[in-house]
Design a protein around this ligand. Structure first.
Ligand SMILES: [Zn+2]
Length: 121
């Protein structure tokens, strides 16, 4: 059983929470001209990494407020909890944010094709 540290209520049992899935997914804007396949990609495709993952959580049985978390999917440890509308501050959270292709809309990704995998130090 996990204890999740709600930023509004303090540590509570995991059964009081629900995970709303991946955080920081770029939403297509009305002015974006995207294909049905690109919209389906936005709507249905989600990362499932082994390691640090950025998620949205809701304290359903408590304050009913949403927050973001950087969580290790291997150990289930919560590395960082931070408010909605903000970005992770830990190095692991920043790396998870920067490492995901989900931060750009389909149009942005198409306009600026990413270079080879792997990063520079
Ligand atoms: Zn709460």
């Amino acid at each position: 059983m996990l204890l999740i540290d709600c930023p509004h209520c303090g540590p509570r049992d995991e059964t009081e929470f629900s995970c709303g899935g991946e955080a920081h997914i770029a939403r297509p804007l009305a002015e974006n001209s995207i294909t049905d396949a690109e919209f389906a990609e936005y709507l249905f495709w989600r990362d499932n990494p082994k390691g640090v993952f950025l998620e949205r959580w809701c304290h359903d049985a408590g304050c009913r407020r949403w927050f973001n978390a950087a969580r290790d999917t291997v150990s289930h440890a919560f590395l960082e909890i931070y408010p909605m509308g903000s970005l992770p501050k830990t190095d692991a959270g920043k790396a998870a944010y920067a490492g995901s292709w989900r931060r750009k809309t389909a149009s942005e990704a198409a306009a600026k094709p990413s270079s080879a995998k792997g990063g520079k130090a």
